[in-house]
Design a protein around this ligand. Structure first.
Ligand code: SAH
Ligand code: F3S
Length: 473
């Protein structure tokens, strides 16, 4: 075949691929899922699919799902149900589920939800091109194999519905912690870290596209450890050279902080047992690393922490908070808290309230315990805190948090904070919205600035969740 003809054929194939197919993707749950959807979008785009925000245009609908609480799963099932009508009117429409529910339920998903054609777990996204071929030939397809190496470091994510200013960059996958309530170690597999070179490259790409803030993502960023690839748990088997040249989270932060002085750097989530002085010192010494730490604690009671298999006591956690505040006095701190864990007594609950009073978090995410099938807690403990009691306790911690949030936001009144403008305020199109480095939302009247600008804003009012001010430059 002549080169010309060959080129023509390739082009024709490409045209066919790109001619009509569209995918629609929706993400649920943690930031990692949103980041993963951008990896999936990149993989699917190479197969000739264009992304669409309109369900009715889609040939392929994908839901990137969450299993963390029962409610998250119910939401996904309801959403799937809502696609029935679409599927009846478009016989070629395919529906796929990705993420944690896919991993947890595996091929059972196909039996339980007849609408589903495709099930792909968090480590199998590179197999999507093959799986698409299967479903387009009329067969269902499943791949839920968990990996020891996969970090998607070689994939340049397609930024979906991005504000063009802030982006997630994943640095680890999986979790080895085995908190007894948590389904993540089962759905996302063992912990592994991504090559720092590919992390720096991704940030460089973002910088070249004018992004101004990145968030390094992992279930437990503080336990990041690069020694050439492979599972964290196998580090002990690494060679002495690998050990000597390994890069931990503090080193990675330093690398990123130094390489991109004009980019704001955030990270999430920190785990109290792995966060160390090196990380805090690194934060303190780089102005572009935001003074904000999301530091889930889950409970203020030692006995509950023990049953949760958290590797820290209340005292150790408070000690860590003290170290943070000593080195970074203006550090914003937020938490995750679970209420109504099995056997949680009133006294345990009071311990949670008292820990919150000691820390006075800037904000927090609070949840009722939800038993997850297959976890240690589901197997060994009875979900025995009455639903009503869970509800009352949850409301108490939410109310307390709200008063602390208000206490924290009030401290900003009269002060000037630097804000990165991310979007128009939801409540008023004459106001910008962004965040200060402590991750608190700031709104202020628009002047001549634009999205992506850093502006100094003098705070003159607040609610418990928002600072209200005026730009001074
Ligand atoms: N390290 C992770 C934690 C993931 S889960 C991260 O990157 O954020 C997020 C939060 O959900 C947990 O911190 C915990 O507070 C909550 N959670 C996890 N399992 C839960 C369960 N079974 N019931 C209620 N809340 C849960
Ligand atoms: Fe879950 Fe604990 Fe890991 S909450 S994600 S097992 S740190």
């Amino acid at each position: 075949m002549s080169v010309k003809l060959q080129t023509k054929r390739i082009k024709a194939k490409k045209d066919l691929k790109t001619s009509s197919k569209k995918f629609y993707i929706e993400s649920y749950g943690c930031q990692m899922n949103f980041a993963d959807s951008e990896v999936v979008a990149s993989i699917i785009s190479k197969e000739g699919y264009d992304s669409t925000r309109n369900l009715n245009d889609a040939d392929l609908i994908l839901l990137n799902t969450c299993s963390i609480r029962e409610k998250a799963e119910t939401t996904v099932r309801k959403r799937l149900e809502s696609f029935n009508k679409l599927k009846r009117s478009n016989k070629h429409l395919k529906v796929g589920v990705l993420g944690c529910m896919a991993e947890r339920l595996k091929s059972k998903f196909l039996e339980e939800e007849k609408i589903v054609d495709l099930v792909v777990g968090p480590d199998a996204y590179k197999d999507i091109p093959n799986l698409l071929e299967e479903i387009n030939e009329g067969r269902n397809a499943v791949n839920v194999i968990l990996s020891k190496e996969e970090t998607y470091g070689d994939i340049n994510p397609v930024r979906l519905s991005s504000n063009g200013v802030t982006a997630f960059v994943s640095i680890t996958r999986g979790c080895d912690n085995m908190c007894t309530f948590c389904v993540v170690p089962f759905t996302r597999g063992r912990e592994r870290s991504r090559d720092p070179k590919s992390i720096l490259e991704e940030i460089q790409n973002l910088k070249d596209s004018n992004y101004k803030e990145i968030t390094l993502l992992g279930q437990n960023v503080d336990s990041y450890l690069w020694y050439g690839g492979g599972l964290k748990k196998d580090f002990k088997k690494a060679s002495s050279l690998q050990k000597k040249t390994s890069i931990d989270f503090a080193k990675l932060l330093k690398l990123v902080g130094e390489a991109f002085p004009e980019i704001r750097i955030r990270f999430s989530t920190s785990n109290p047992q792995d966060m160390n002085l090196d990380v805090i010192k690194t934060m303190a010494s780089y102005a572009n690393i935001c003074n904000y730490i999301h530091l889930p604690v889950q409970s203020g009671s030692n006995s509950v922490l023990k049953e949760m298999n958290r590797q820290h006591t209340r005292k150790e956690y408070l000690e860590l908070i003290k170290q943070i505040k000593n080195l970074i006095p203006n550090c914003g701190i937020s938490h995750d808290m679970i209420t109504g864990f099995p056997n949680e007594t009133d006294e345990d609950h009071n311990q949670t309230l008292s820990l919150m009073k000691e820390v006075k978090y800037d904000f927090g995410y609070m949840f009722k315990y939800s038993e997850r099938p297959g976890t240690f807690a589901a197997k060994k403990f009875e979900d025995n805190v009455d639903e009503e009691v869970k509800k009352v306790r949850l409301q108490e911690i939410i109310d307390l948090q709200q008063s602390h949030s208000k206490f924290r936001t009030k401290q900003y009144i009269g002060k000037t904070v630097e804000v990165l403008i991310e979007k128009e305020s939801k409540k008023s199109n004459s106001h910008w919205a962004g965040r200060n480095e402590q991750n608190t939302v700031v709104v202020f009247p628009k002047k001549s600035h634009k999205i992506g600008d850093f502006v100094n804003v003098k705070i003159n009012d607040c609610t418990s969740a928002t600072l209200i001010g005026e730009s001074i430059d």
